[in-house]
Write a protein that binds this ligand. Structure first.
Ligand SMILES: [Zn+2]
Length: 307
């Protein structure tokens, strides 16, 4: 079976034709979202690309940022005029294919379940460490959504009381410490204290630059990395105590740091766990890398067709 996966974002969208059996992306196209064009125009362009690429596809799956309920985007932080817009219905009308939409973090955990590190597991916790921190939970084989369908906002657990301010209005959320955005912000705030840090020799400060500096022994780099790791460890231990997962999967830009992040994180997580939870689950980095978005989106359709 073939599925079209649409990894939709505020800056770009990627459309891929996915072979559901092998997880291979047969064709792929990336385009600018041009958020200012508004819902009708943007969705027309998305549908155009889907129609161009959809050869023999049976359904469309979309992963989109924001709060999404039954195919309707209730609110999306990067698309200011998207309020209660019927994304699934619109794309279904324009492509003539069954279309399913899910929040991008939920799409990520579904992608891991169908094609990634979560294959064969029924209890998965996933975190995407990017511009923000997204969360997705699969428990007893089912995507956890909660009463209004907006649950599993794992990035907004408070891990540092009185910590940095988060975009959500709270202080000390995981997202305010362990997202790429938060790490860059911290580096800039501490520039006067660490004027000679390697981080400031780079043209553009990014999470990557900070993690590389940390790996090379840079004091500020280590400070920011260790704070992010501690925040992640507290959060992951908490999620483990609540969901009792088989695996915790990390994705997004920050996770690309690899072992520099993973090794100390695993150790820290253990320190926060109840004894009965130690060695009951793995913490891994997503193997899907650049394919995670499109495969996650395709998995949204697969998950719905399965029912
Ligand atoms: Zn928050």
């Amino acid at each position: 079976m073939r599925i079209v996966g649409v990894d939709f974002g505020g800056t770009t969208f990627t459309v891929g034709l996915v072979d559901a059996e092998s997880g291979e992306i047969l064709r792929e196209e990336q385009h600018e979202t041009r958020a200012w064009e508004g819902f009708e125009k943007i969705t027309s362009r998305v549908a155009e690309v889907v129609n161009f690429i959809k050869e023999d596809a049976e359904a469309v799956g979309i992963g989109s940022p924001g709060s999404i309920l039954n195919g309707v985007v209730k609110f999306s932080p990067n698309l200011p005029d998207w309020r209660d817009v019927p994304l699934a219905d619109r794309v279904r009308e324009l492509t003539d294919l069954p279309t399913f939409v899910e929040n991008d973090a939920n799409a990520f955990v579904l992608g891991e379940k169908w094609f990634g590190a979560g294959k064969g597991y029924d209890h998965i916790v996933a975190l995407t460490l990017g511009t923000g921190v997204g969360g997705g939970v699969i428990t007893h084989g089912i995507l956890l959504k909660g009463y209004l369908g907006i649950g599993a906002e794992l990035g907004h657990v408070i891990v540092e009381p009185n910590g940095p301010k988060c975009g959500c209005g709270n202080y000390g959320c995981l997202e305010a410490i362990a997202s790429a955005t938060a790490m860059v912000r911290m580096a800039k705030e501490l520039k006067d204290e660490f004027p000679n840090s390697e981080i400031f020799k780079s043209n553009e400060i990014s999470a990557r630059v900070i993690m590389d500096a940390a790996r090379d022994g840079d004091e500020l780099g280590r400070k920011i990395r260790d704070r992010a790791i501690d925040a992640l460890a507290r959060a992951i231990a908490g999620f483990a105590h609540i969901f009792n997962p088989q695996i915790v999967i990390l994705g997004g830009g920050v996770s690309r740091a690899g072992d520099v992040l993973l090794k100390p994180l695993r150790k820290k997580v253990k320190g926060y766990l109840m004894p009965s939870f130690i060695n009951t689950f793995e913490v891994v980095i997503s193997p899907l890398l650049d394919k995670a978005g499109v495969l996650g989106a395709a998995s949204v359709a697969l998950e719905n067709l399965r029912r």
